[in-house]
Design a protein around this ligand. Structure first.
Ligand code: NAP
Length: 242
């Protein structure tokens, strides 16, 4: 049975990706860190679409935790295997560099960059053996152009972009593609505290994007039809930067 693992699948963009993968018939592994109720809601929505899945709690930034939960799950499977991995979990802790604490630097890098490494490492071997796989990493406009007040977040996402391009070259011969999606401003909990009206005025499309609009791009990159695209970063930002 083909599975799609979505880290940070409980809410926001990750939830929209889970539903998209469910609609394409995947058994969806919904990772979350702490919000079990939200993860359960995503699973219920997956089932309403006629697919199935399970919730999987682990902190992507904790190597031991990823090994214990995801590594053990993979070891125990006889029929299920992960064909699609979406490294979506991430946090932001915005503050000007001058005031940034070591923890704020580390926490943001750990969630996005360490998270990419720890999770992908568990999943990659299975893909190499099957000679097929789709890895999609959620980065950001900030990782491409840099954003003031987000030195930590911009560095984390730029790091994942570099890793995406390098890994893409390592595994291309094995039928595995590795790409990134770079959203601009998307309506989720992460952007709930921002002044949407003011920021939307800077966006050519004059609005924030929807999580579903990001999920569409992820779904395309995760499809068989995207076989000849790898090491690429696709912007989903309403024309803000392209
Ligand atoms: P969100 O609504 O805040 O949701 C974050 C998700 O990540 C939640 O499911 C959360 O789990 C999970 N998560 C956070 N840290 C984790 C960890 N250490 N281990 C496992 N799961 C973890 O965020 P979002 O807006 O959907 O963002 C999703 C991704 O898109 C992030 O990588 C973000 O950087 C990127 N992005 C977002 C925007 C935007 O405008 N929203 C723009 C560019 C890029 P819990 O529910 O358990 O807390």
């Amino acid at each position: 049975m083909k599975c799609a693992l979505v880290t940070g699948g409980s809410r926001g963009i990750g939830r929209a990706v889970c539903l998209k993968m469910a609609s394409r018939g995947y058994y969806v592994l919904i990772n979350y860190k702490g919000n079990q109720a939200a993860a359960e809601e995503t699973l219920a929505a997956v089932r309403e679409l006629g697919s199935d899945g399970e919730i999987m709690q682990f902190d992507v930034a904790d190597a031991d935790n990823v090994q214990q939960v995801l590594g053990t799950w993979i070891e125990q499977q006889t029929e299920k295997y992960i064909e699609v991995l979406v490294n979506n979990a991430g946090i932001r802790e915005d503050v000007l560099m001058y005031w940034m604490k070591n923890e704020q630097w580390k926490d943001v890098l750990r969630a996005s960059l360490d998270g990419f490494f720890f999770v992908t490492k568990q999943v990659l071997n299975g893909m190499l053996l099957k000679r097929y796989g789709r890895i999609v990493n959620m980065v950001s406009l900030s990782g491409l152009k840099g954003t003031a007040g987000q030195v930590n977040y911009s560095a984390a996402k730029a790091g994942v972009i570099g890793a995406t391009k390098a890994l893409a070259q390592e595994v291309a011969k094995r039928g595995i593609t590795v790409n990134a999606v770079a959203p601009g401003f998307i309506q989720t909990d992460m952007t709930a505290g921002l002044n949407e009206k003011e920021l939307a005025a800077q966006i050519p499309m004059n609005r924030f994007g929807k999580a579903e609009e990001v999920a569409e791009t992820v779904s395309f990159l995760a499809s068989k039809g995207a076989a000849y695209i790898t090491g690429e970063v696709i912007n989903v930002n309403g024309g803000l930067y392209s």
